[in-house]
Design a binder for this molecule. Structure first.
Ligand code: MG
Length: 344
């Protein structure tokens, strides 16, 4: 099996501001594994918290690991790569490329190889942290794009009054659309702020809140959970399936991302673990093109909530294969996960 990688710059249509800063674009690593004339594709969006801060770091980790050969089962490759110190986001790229190749070799879409339906729920489209006047312009563009749910980024460094002003602008701009309003604080609130905001948001129709408290403050989750006004999902606090037992009794659900967990192999374990604890499941994304989004969308049938939208905010998306239809992100109906580079 031949392993190759290349990097491409992904430019965002609208820069994304969240509680931790603003991103206008970045280099992603695209990997391919080729065997018998068929090629599987994978993608890494780098991140220091995900084990490879740059494409160079991720490429070096994968190159070193793949020199040992890739002729084993995918689950064994996953375990060996983690043991060898390959970062989660780099491993995600290799793992989804291997699943893509195996599905192509089987001549079937990846969702079918995994025993799943080609089915999803509506995907949230993201509204980054912006002043109210920008929000009033941005939300109609997302609704025109077909959004049936919005994920509103709060946790502004300007405090919860700024969060309230922004959320109120979203409510105003989305009035009459019927779009579901979800909130992601990205760990931007204290316990007291989270309590206040969750009551305030519940009264204004928000559906749930994601990562209200900063990663590391999980010991405060029981206090927040016991009289919560909204369902609580964790994202940054949940990387691997082994994280789930420690907070399972004080959250309503978990948000997994392929870049955080190391790809499809571990995503399946996270879903199984979450279900065993009676938790809801969500899949989200980092700054990914249609390659990685298509890989995630192949698992769509497993989730209660879906945020697979980063490819829609690229200008241009260097890849194709994750159509957004009637508010739902699905994999293309062809062998593999469906995602490919446009100029491979
Ligand atoms: Mg999140």
């Amino acid at each position: 099996m031949k392993f190759e990688s290349r990097s491409l710059y992904l430019k965002k249509r609208f820069p994304l501001r969240i509680s931790r800063g603003e991103i206008a674009g970045g280099e992603n690593l695209f990997v391919s594994v080729t065997e018998g004339g068929l090629t599987g594709w994978g993608e890494m969006a780098p991140g220091a918290s995900e084990g490879a801060a740059t494409v160079a770091e991720g490429a070096a980790q994968l190159q070193a690991f793949c020199e040992g050969g890739l002729s084993w089962a995918i689950h064994d490759i996953w375990d060996a790569a983690r043991k060898a110190g390959v970062g989660a986001c780099a491993l995600a790229a290799l793992d989804m490329a291997l699943w893509d190749l195996r599905a192509k070799q089987a001549g079937m879409p990846l969702y079918r190889l995994l025993g799943l339906a080609r089915r999803g729920v509506v995907s949230s489209l993201t509204v980054g942290i912006n002043p109210p006047e920008v929000v009033r312009e941005r939300v109609p563009l997302l609704l025109a794009r077909g959004a049936r749910a919005l994920k509103i980024k709060l946790g502004s460094t300007d405090g919860i009054e700024a969060d309230k002003a922004m959320f109120a602008a979203v409510v105003e701009a989305a009035a009459g659309s019927g779009a579901a309003l979800r909130v992601d604080a990205n760990g931007g609130w204290s316990l007291e702020e989270a309590r206040e905001m969750m009551g305030w948001l519940a009264a204004r129709g928000a559906e749930y809140v994601e990562q209200p408290l900063v990663h590391g403050a999980e010991d405060q989750l029981p206090a927040l959970f016991k009289d919560r006004a909204l369902p609580v999902f964790v994202d940054e606090s949940c990387r691997f399936s082994s994280d789930i037992p420690s907070f399972a009794s004080c959250v309503d659900g978990v948000n997994l991302k392929l870049m955080k967990c190391g790809g499809i192999t571990e995503a399946l374990r996270i879903v199984a673990t979450a279900r065993a604890f009676g938790l809801k499941t969500m899949i989200g994304c980092m700054g990914e093109s249609s390659v990685s989004i298509a890989a995630g969308a192949s698992l769509s049938a497993l989730f209660d909530y879906i945020d697979l939208d980063s490819h829609l905010n690229l200008d241009p998306d260097p890849a194709a294969g994750a159509p957004f239809d009637d508010g739902i992100t699905l994999p293309a109906d062809r062998p593999g996960h469906g995602g490919t580079l446009r100029h491979a």
